[in-house]
Design a protein around this ligand. Sequence first.
Ligand code: IFG
Length: 503
Amino acid sequence: VATSGSPWPLPRNMTTSQVQYQVNADDFKFTVDAGTPACDIIIQAFVRYKWITFGPRSDTLKFRRRPNKANAVNQLTVHYDKPCDQYLSLESDESYTLAVTGNTATLTANEVWGALRGLETFSQLVLPQGSGMFVINSTLIRDAPRFKHRGVLLDGSRHFLSVLKLKENLEAMAQNKFNVFHWHIVDDQAFPYESIRFPNMSKLGAYDDNHIYSQADIQDIIEFARVRGIRVVPEFDSPGHTQSWGSAISNLLTKCYNNGSFDGSYGPVNPADESSYNFLDSFFGEVANVFPDHYIHLGGDEVDFSCWESNPEITEFMQDKGFGKNYSLLEEFYMQNLLNIVSSYKKGYLIWQEVIDNGAKVAADTVVEVWKGGYIAELAKVTSLGYKTLLSSCWYLDYISYGSDWRNYYTCDPQNFNGTSAQKALVIGGETCLWGEYVDDTNVISRLWPRASAIAERLWSDESVNSVSAAEGRMEEHRCRMVRRGFNAQPMNGPGFCPVEFP
Ligand SMILES: CC(=O)N[C@H]1NC[C@H](CO)[C@H](O)[C@@H]1O
């Protein structure tokens, strides 16, 4: 069933003609040209995209007719200049040029990452005709992302997400050109990260010993993401959201007091106790080794001061420090110590906006993630302070509603604020967040996709590509393509059907 073959996200520059070529699926070759340094990333991508593009070989299907080879496209030749990097980074170049003319197709990029993005685009241009035949229109595409940081946050704590589901999501991300997996791996409710130095944190803090990410699981996810050009940025949120840390690390959390005595409950990490920083130094020293990305997300969101206010030891500490009753100064003191610890391991960090809202001074290369309401003013404020900034506020997909909610996500723009071009340039992209309070293996894929695809196009395509009516048909086509490829991508535009609905 021919479809328009308009790739999603929409490429920056694309010219296509009605001239159509058959594609010789069975014998199709993906190859690098002589001057291109092959590597595991491109070799594995060729294997994946042979399957993604064509599915099973015709000798496993009864009716695939063999195309007339004379004018069939039977090869995609890939060229990139630079030897492969091991890992994608914020500095990587994902641009590419894709040309399909006559019975050859060429894909040219500066780095292997652009070749990955171009392979996905190519796979979307090849149109299944049914009965195992495929066609492609003559096309020239020059493409590059608008933003370098295009992320998806998943929460492995509120509900555990299996390694299998995390991989399925990483594959869906790659097919939407997302390039950062923000792994919110622990929180108040559970600590599934199996620490090398502090194994009791998951032994005592995980839901149970099945709901654990072992070190092998973590390296498995990092490698699965790496070969798809996806960065894995772990988040270990503190000083709040740390209830699950307390059972293994005694004295780490603040004791809460009531009428002058400990009431049995605990609050945020205790910033007045030197032992807290000794633990954090050792723990983040481990994290810095386990996760290869330059950045670690340190959280800093939603710190409730009431427990700190109730604790006499902290009251005394505040007086010693001259903080008086201003607990934002205590939070700043904690965050600055933590940021210095992480910097000592030569890592960069991302933080939620409250750290800046509460006045903390942070390192120049800090990335601030804006997630609360009033984001237009917040983007202007944070960029005026000179920080790299991410927008998440519009894209909390854990909030659900009836109808085509993708339209709201599609029209939210990370540079829609009053600021200089320098400030706009500090916006490096955004993230969609699917928090886990009501999400687990049973619904993570259908709740995220294709709603997240609207955000993928916002973060990849040109700012001018923002008409919902122009995107509606393409969104439906993209959803059906994801369903055909085996993802439970839910209906987005009311009644209808997909040509292939039973993945
Ligand atoms: C930065 C942030 O979003 N913090 C919390 N805010 C509400 C979310 C649910 O929508 C999660 O509970 C999350 O942990």
